[in-house]
Write a new protein. Structure first.
Ligand code: 5RP
Length: 236
């Protein structure tokens, strides 16, 4: 089946398949969002169906919840789970310290809550997501719709004082309307090019009124399973 996949999809697929090996019977597992995480959810569905794997999954978005149910994974809420053994999710960028940019799919808030409520977070990614310095991928920031333009201006002003190259905070659109997250919020994508001090930026952003959460995952990820287009997999 992987013969029909593009090299990029194959890289995502093999990373997801390898990460599924970390899932054990009886685990409560956080299920990420995005195309790589979807491979993982499908693979876990196969393991439930064919190998009798018994897990409970906590999805990080309505999309993932739908897919998980479709493939036969028992879905519970984070409150029902209370704590998770493992979360496996994709990422938009990761660096050598395993810090991440996430939220390209707009699910960063639930993704961060679920990941931080887990004993371990494994990221699955194609090699194209590896970067020396975070920031080429626009950094998603979830903001409440009320007064979002004021929040946008406050963010842009804050960026001036930080070690970043770009300053534009663009409202993410879904056709002609703003993109709305599962929590009913908007996303501002920060075009920064290069983030010098990701830890500082994450803290500064979350102090701005109107900001709900940012897509920088600092010291949250424990392992990255990296997939390559030729089917190789490496662990970081
Ligand atoms: C969604 C995310 C995704 O994990 C991230 O965007 C990667 O997506 P993909 O696996 O489709 O490349 O953070 O909010």
């Amino acid at each position: 089946m992987t013969a029909e996949l593009s090299p990029n999809d194959k890289a995502k697929f093999v990373a997801a398949k390898r990460a599924a090996d970390f899932v054990e019977d009886g685990m409560k597992v956080g299920l990420g969002t995005g195309s790589t995480a979807a491979w993982l959810v499908r693979r876990l569905g196969e393991m439930v169906r064919d190998d009798g794997l018994q897990i409970k999954g906590v999805p990080t978005s309505t999309r993932t919840a739908e897919l998980a149910r479709e493939v036969g994974i028992e879905v519970i809420t984070l409150d029902e789970a209370k704590w998770l053994d493992l979360t496996i999710d994709g990422a938009d960028e990761f660096d050598s310290d395993l810090n991440l940019i996430k939220g390209g799919g707009g699910a960063l808030l639930q993704e961060k809550i679920v990941a931080t409520a887990s004993d371990r977070m494994i990221v699955i990614a194609d090699i194209g997501k590896q970067v020396e310095t975070l920031g080429a991928f626009p950094l998603p920031v979830e903001v409440v719709p009320f007064g979002w333009q004021v929040t946008q201006r406050l963010i842009e002003e804050a960026l001036i004082s930080l070690d970043v190259l770009g300053r534009e905070a663009a409202l993410r659109m879904d056709g002609d309307a703003p993109f709305v997250t599962d929590e009913g919020n908007y996303i501002l994508d920060l075009h920064l090019n290069r983030i010098g001090d990701a830890r500082q930026l994450a803290m500064v952003l979350n102090q701005i009124a109107g900001v709900v959460e940012n897509g920088l995952f600092i010291d949250i990820c424990d392992t990255v399973v990296v997939g390559f287009g030729d089917g190789r997999v490496e662990l970081r």
